[in-house]
Design a protein around this ligand. Structure first.
Ligand code: ADP
Ligand code: MG
Length: 698
């Protein structure tokens, strides 16, 4: 494989050299390509730059001009002020940096600078820069005389103390044309394709990002690079999908309807439109020989379990067994109860397998799996342990609850039998995020709740109003209902300002609700203890449960009607949504009380949360507010580099097209052997090799 000249160490780019290369390295710029992709972090154009004669006291202004004179001015109070008189075509102004005398070593007469800050009145107008960069040095020095090309839009690069803006600019403007010429051969889109996608060529896009003539060009350039990121991510995921669903095919279940139809008839309700759509997609996968690898996403209470039961029955009526794996014993038992109630009238046996089951009982249950007497197995990880033999496993459901993105979801799928796999997730995430994180899966969304659900009444209270909150809890408990009081995770280091769950539990138990049973669960408890308390809550023996966010995991206590969340500002919106979903599961009016200090910025967020119960809307707000970095950080098996140019709040259209295109290409030419895919293949095996390894393809 030929190594592109862009792969050469940055050291060999004109004007860099070994010493600077080290500094570049600290900015993450190791190769010539990295330098070319080191694009500005902000742009100023005529609409954001002010001419000096237009400045008014009180405005926040950005100016660009040359330093006519500068120096440090001492004041009577001892404060030393660095001042520079800056001139543009329209006039002059003094810029002042109080308390920063050291700037006299950086800024020199003749430098051109860009400065942004408030305009004050002090012996005439004065600008006090909050931010400034040296654009170019005065004559006779390196980087001197380099003026922004095009002149109207001025880019500012991510730079550093050791690598000033003007040096970076100088090096880039000297080398840009050459570097752009070298990127040409990496173009894998034909002109026709680019036209259809409305994208620029790579050299055009990068050129626009480095020296745009109009602001819109910056966005055009970004979109092209975003496309590359999303497309290659999808290409790798398409390979994973191809391997999982086609290279080793699954079972084509024969639909006999002798179980599915009776279940339909027995259900006391009609399926929602979303459930019907979901089943059509799932049945489509199952009856074809391509193996299903599908994610079923739906808000708490959207009826995923019922959908899963239909799918399991399809497998069973076709002569196979089905399994459902849940993340905890409690959840497994909960699922087992639901499923058993639905399928045992139809003569299907359900067996439960968890770590709690004693050895002899376990042996008995394993026997029913091995012989095929049990049609459906429900359990925890115990299901995939050594020694668990199925008679004929054909279909597996993995309930991930909120722990989406976990690769272990494939474990059931990696068994010898290669069952069709359906993953259920109760975390609504925006479609763009789902496509990016789970591009290897097919996606089904239950975007509709069964009719007649009471919405949970959400209220925001201040800590000073806690008494009212406790009164509400008290009155619910008096009515025979149960309540949760949730605190942020207990962390040793930050105990001081937080009401630690443990201490609060003692107080609530002894002082606030002395006549009621108050239980405590948190992450540091041994799991048997946690389990014991949860079971007591489930049984109604514990009336008020004090907890950290461990209760998020889909525990279902329909008698619980109050959810109090302390320090609500500390939780992500989606997390709050999960917590709120723990109540309102029975027919009673339920409450979600957020307790939070007033005046905090977070209050606005909480108000938004108060205003909607749509999990997908909340997830979109969360993505907007927290940004995608967070989400990618740990969800994507921990390592996949974040998307730098793609913006999941804006690029859903690109992502959808990228996925469709990547899948079409891989289905037609899985190894990318066709001549027209040569460039793609080279890029995939070269620059995207790491990602391929991560996903264990190639
Ligand atoms: P999820 O697993 O998505 O949280 P479940 O499958 O547990 O949701 O369903 C929540 C509740 O709603 C259950 O009691 C279930 O029986 C009920 N349910 C499911 N689908 C419907 C429907 N179409 N109409 C009415 N109730 C439904
Ligand atoms: Mg459920």
């Amino acid at each position: 494989m030929t190594v592109s000249s862009l792969d050469r160490p940055v050291q060999f780019v004109k004007g860099v050299g070994p010493q600077r290369a080290e500094v570049f390295g600290r900015l993450g710029i190791l190769t010539a390509r990295d330098l070319l992709y080191h694009v500005p972090r902000r742009y100023d154009d005529a609409s954001t730059l002010h001419s000096i004669d237009s400045l008014q006291v009180g405005m926040d202004a950005s100016i660009r001009g040359r330093v006519r004179s500068c120096g440090v001015i001492p004041t009577r109070s001892g404060l030393r002020i660095f001042q520079a008189v800056v001139e543009d075509e329209s006039g002059m102004i003094t810029c002042a940096w109080p308390g920063q005398p050291w700037l006299s070593r950086r800024v020199r007469k003749g430098d051109r600078i860009l400065a942004t800050g408030p305009v004050k009145f002090f012996h005439g107008h004065q600008l006090q820069p909050k931010e400034f960069t040296i654009i170019s040095r005065g004559h006779g020095e390196e980087g001197g005389g380099v003026e922004p090309e095009g002149g109207r839009i001025f880019p500012t690069y991510p730079a550093g103390e050791d690598l000033p803006q003007w040096v970076l600019r100088g090096i880039l403007s000297r080398n840009l044309d050459e570097l752009l010429g070298q990127v040409g051969p990496e173009e894998y889109l034909t002109e026709v394709e680019r036209e259809r996608l409305e994208l620029h060529s790579l050299p055009e896009a990068l050129g626009r990002l480095h020296r745009p003539e109009r602001m819109i060009e910056v966005e055009e350039g970004r979109r092209r690079l975003a496309w590359d990121e999303l497309f290659f991510l999808q290409l790798v995921q398409a390979k994973v999908r191809h391997r999982d669903t086609i290279e080793e095919p699954g079972t084509g279940f024969e639909r006999t309807n002798h179980l599915v139809r009776p279940l339909h008839e027995a259900l006391p309700f009609d399926l929602t439109g979303a459930q019907t759509r979901a089943l059509r997609e799932i049945f489509g996968d199952m009856t074809s020989t391509r193996r299903m690898s599908r994610l079923l996403q739906g808000d708490v209470g959207s009826g995923k379990t019922v959908v899963a039961v239909f799918a399991m029955l399809l497998a069973v009526e076709a002569g196979y067994q089905a399994a459902l794996m849940a993340p905890t014993e409690l959840l497994a038992e909960q699922h087992a109860r639901t499923i058993e109630a639905l399928v045992s009238p139809l003569g299907v046996n359900v067996v439960v397998l968890t770590g709690r089951i004693g050895a002899s009982e376990r042996r008995k249950r394993l026997e029913t799996l091995a012989s095929g007497t049990a049609g459906i197995a429900v359990g925890t990880h115990a299901l995939i342990q050594e020694g668990v033999q199925f008679h004929r496993l054909g279909f597996a459901v993995v309930d991930e609850q909120h722990r989406f993105g976990v690769r272990q979801r494939m474990v059931l799928g990696e068994r010898e039998e290669r069952p069709d796999v359906l993953i259920m997730s109760a975390t609504p995430i925006p479609r763009s995020l789902a496509l990016a994180l789970h591009g290897d899966l097919d996606l089904t969304v239950l975007d509709e709740l069964p009719p007649g659900r009471k919405t949970v009444e959400t209220r925001l209270y201040r800590p000073s109003e806690r008494k009212k909150v406790y009164q509400l809890v008290e009155s619910e408990v008096e009515k025979g209902r149960q309540a949760y009081i949730v605190y942020p995770q207990v962390e040793e280091s930050e105990k001081t300002d937080l009401l630690a769950a443990t201490e609060e539990h003692a107080r609530l138990k002894d002082e606030v609700f002395p006549q009621h049973t108050v239980g405590l669960v948190h992450g540091q408890l041994p799991s048997e203890e946690k389990d014991r308390v949860m079971r007591a809550f489930l049984a109604g023996e514990v009336e008020v449960l004090v907890a950290t966010s461990v209760v998020e995991v889909g525990i279902d206590v329909s008698n619980a009607t109050a959810m109090v969340i302390e320090h609500a500002e500390r939780f992500g919106l989606s997390q709050l949504h999960q917590l709120r979903g723990r109540v309102g599961r029975g027919g009673e009016q339920s409450w979600c009380i957020l307790v939070s200090e007033p005046g905090e910025l977070a209050r606005e967020r909480l108000r938004a949360f108060e205003g909607t119960s749509d999990g997908f809307e909340i997830a979109r707000a969360d993505l907007r507010i927290r940004g995608q970095g967070d989400l990618f950080g740990d969800q994507q098996h921990g390592h996949d580099p974040m998307l730098r140019f793609a913006d999941l709040t804006r690029d859903e259209d690109l992502l959808v097209t990228a996925q469709r295109r990547a899948r079409t290409i891989i289905e037609a030419d899985p190894e990318l052997e066709a001549p027209e895919h040569a460039a793609l293949r080279r890029l995939l095996l070269g620059r995207h090799q790491e990602r391929m390894k991560l996903w264990k393809v190639g």
